[in-house]
Design a protein around this ligand. Structure first.
Ligand SMILES: Nc1ncnc2c1ncn2[C@@H]1O[C@H](COP(=O)(O)OP(=O)(O)OP(=O)(O)O)[C@@H](O)[C@H]1O
Ligand SMILES: [Mg+2]
Length: 300
């Protein structure tokens, strides 16, 4: 059996807020609470859940952009959470992140070719126009565009530029945090197809954070559903979509529009009161068989 590329164990990140100058914090947001999962080499794990459920925080913790309060992030057998910044540097090459808003990530005064080349120069890896041109071709952009500036590109092209930079160092693992949410619907499928191509050609493992369940179903072999900082259901995509066990997952799935108008009219949306749902202190993800995990709470 192959070992997981990434293992996340008991990850926790709580944010305190609302306290006065010397006072104690009044509110604690449990952004990420006891989150554990694994990603195999070349595997695509989808992470879904409503706004504020902790998806981006999970992505940032995995990338080391933020420190967890508890838990471990183990990459290829090495516990990253215990490493100093300098010892972590080699792992920065092997793990990369792509964000939702490609324009915010791009430097408006930098030629896009230089932007894609930058990580190669920073890490002292072979750079140069040929290498950059190859990266442009890989993401479906004409290398003639290398000399242009970000404002000359469409949203989808900018996301391709962001992806070219992210794969420049040939990472094994990519976090994609809502990479298609800001794009026109007509462009979304093209970018999802690009991720699929890269996953196949580079053996890239992906943590794909998304709102759009149909894209996750198409792209991801496994999916994890987050609710209020917890993973409440996780398993093979077809098992979770076809045989959802958690009431929250069922509610999410019932909200996905059906392309057939006749079926769509008969669609029943299930209600789920996320705010009134509590997890018992000993709540844990349990394997219900075939790697399909569920964590049950109860309506308060
Ligand atoms: N730096 C921070 N300081 C305080 N609270 C934060 C911080 N970052 C996130 N939070 C809170 O943590 C919770 C989880 O946020 P997070 O951004 O991870 O959610 P998300 O699932 O990515 O949501 P979205 O779908 O809107 O992107 C939210 O309640 C958010 O307000
Ligand atoms: Mg987010």
């Amino acid at each position: 059996m192959t070992a997981p590329l990434l293992r996340v164990k008991g990850l926790r990140r709580h944010y305190a807020s609302g306290g006065g100058l010397f006072g104690r914090a009044r509110y604690v947001t449990r952004a990420v609470d006891d989150v554990s999962f694994a990603v195999m080499p070349g595997e695509t794990l989808g992470l879904v859940g409503e706004s504020g459920s902790g998806k981006s925080t999970t992505g940032r913790l995995v990338m080391g952009l933020e420190e967890p309060d508890a838990g471990r992030v183990v990459f290829d057998g090495t516990d990253l959470t215990s490493l100093s910044a300098s010892r972590r540097k080699p792992f920065r090459q092997r793990m990369q992140i792509v964000f939702q808003d490609p324009y915010a990530a791009l430097n408006p005064r930098m030629r896009v070719g230089d932007f894609v080349e930058e990580p190669l120069l920073v890490h002292g890896v072979e750079a140069g126009p040929d290498r950059v041109a190859a990266l442009f071709r890989t993401v479906g952009l004409d290398p003639a565009f290398m000399q242009r500036y970000p404002h000359e590109f469409s949203g989808g092209q900018r996301q391709r530029i962001g992806i070219a930079r992210a794969i420049a160092l040939r990472p094994q693992f990519l976090v994609a945090d809502e990479p298609i949410t800001a794009l026109d619907v007509s462009i979304q499928a093209q970018i999802v197809n690009l991720f699929q191509d890269l996953q196949e050609s580079m053996g890239l493992a992906l943590l794909f954070i998304a709102h759009d369940l149909s894209m996750v179903r198409y792209l991801c072999s496994r999916v994890a559903v987050m609710l209020r900082g917890r993973i409440v259901e996780m398993g093979p995509t077809e098992a979770v979509f076809g045989d959802a066990r958690h009431p929250y997952t069922k509610a999410l799935l019932s909200a996905v529009p059906i392309p057939d108008p006749a079926q769509e009219r008969g669609r029943r949306r299930l209600a789920f009161d996320a705010g009134g749902y509590v997890f018992p202190p000993d709540a844990a993800l349990r394997d219900t068989g075939d790697g399909h995990y569920v964590l049950m709470g109860e309506a308060a």
